[in-house]
Design a protein around this ligand. Structure first.
Ligand code: ADP
Ligand code: MG
Length: 325
């Protein structure tokens, strides 16, 4: 457990004046699905190229499965399946023929390669298109073929650059679920980059937020949320109703604003008719419920939500913008 598979230590890539990747420190463990998340130009692809030995770091250290891709790129490629953002196949060969070709490049006999390819085409849901030319595949089908292609060599690690770009939302969701399923079945470590935070969130064990060459936060969604919003409010929404008897006696109509402001930990109360939104430093849903009932009001609904990935993402990016200005 917790065996490091990818280690980045101060990894830096500079193009002339531009620091595309800036002292990146990151460890990814065996069996993990890690999402490198960030907007276009963040440095995701550059990082991936350095992991594969396809571009050389300016400084810093990389290890993939214990191997240095700078000095041993071929050994790394043997263990790592790479699905680039613009994966292409031989258009005039069928999906099956493309996979057989890959298998043969990986020192399989044609028979072995064919058997393996047929199995993989079935696993990625392309059996029906096995004998169709790859040039006729949709973007989603091409990505599935890409996944089958990287699996031909039984990789320890799969690295995918923007795997859902150009696929419709439903297709993207299905493709990500397929990645999740295959990686868990075969215990493969996955590193994927994306600028689609909500999609990626669902399948990643951890994510790293990457902006302007810097990794600004790493963790699972809830720990990121805790870290970032430690002093920020929980949001509790309540709908209340005054019992009919309250209207007969105006003294009994309660000032909702004052009622909730008294609860310890409340930062702000917003009242809109009988709907109340309470921003609090801690989870005070039970106190809110009790307060409503004690005040003689009817509690119609109560919901509590924590900040989600969208909030996290926006917050980090806002921060980064402020720094940049
Ligand atoms: P991402 O994949 O997150 O969109 P990239 O790694 O492609 O980001 O790019 C990071 C930054 O490095 C960008 O500003 C990009 O323009 C720059 N860059 C990428 N490749 C090169 C290159 N070969 N020469 C010069 N600048 C580059
Ligand atoms: Mg990119």
């Amino acid at each position: 457990m917790n065996e490091p598979i990818i280690i980045l230590d101060g990894l830096t890539k500079q193009y002339d004046q531009l620091v595309a990747v800036d002292h990146l420190h990151l460890t990814i463990y065996r069996g993990e699905i890690f999402g490198l998340l960030g907007p276009n130009g963040a440095g995701k692809s550059t990082t991936i190229l350095m992991l594969l030995g396809l571009t050389e770091p300016t400084s810093g250290k990389v290890r993939v499965c214990g191997i240095d891709p700078v000095t041993h790129p071929v050994e790394v490629k043997r263990k790592v399946g790479y699905l680039p953002d613009n994966v292409r196949f031989y258009d005039d060969l069928t999906g099956l023929e493309n996979l057989i070709y890959t298998g043969q490049l990986n020192r399989m006999t044609k028979k072995q390669a064919r058997e393996k390819a047929l199995g993989l085409l079935s696993r990625v849901g392309l059996s029906g298109a096995a004998h169709q030319k790859a040039g006729t595949y949709s973007r989603g089908m091409t990505q599935r073929l890409g996944l089958a292609d990287v699996l031909m060599k039984d990789p320890e690690v799969i690295i995918m650059d923007e795997p859902t770009v150009g696929i419709d939302p439903t297709g993207a969701k299905e493709f990500l679920e397929l990645i999740l399923k295959l990686s868990k079945e075969d215990s493969i470590t996955v590193l994927l980059s994306s600028h689609y935070l909500l999609q990626v969130q669902e399948i990643c064990d951890r994510i790293g937020l990457f902006v302007k060459g810097k990794l600004i936060a790493v963790g699972d969604i809830s720990s990121l949320s805790r870290e970032l919003f430690a002093n920020e409010p929980f949001i509790i929404e309540a709908t209340v109703q005054y019992p009919l008897s309250a209207y007969a006696d105006s003294n009994r109509v309660v000032d909702l604003q004052q009622l909730f402001a008294k609860i310890d930990g409340v930062k702000q109360v917003v009242v809109e008719n009988e709907r109340v939104k309470i921003f609090a430093a801690r989870d005070i849903a039970p106190q809110v419920a009790r307060t409503i009932v004690h005040a003689g009001l009817d509690l119609i609904s109560l919901s509590r939500r924590e900040h989600g990935l969208e909030d996290i993402y926006q917050r980090y990016f806002e921060k980064e913008t402020e720094i940049a200005v």
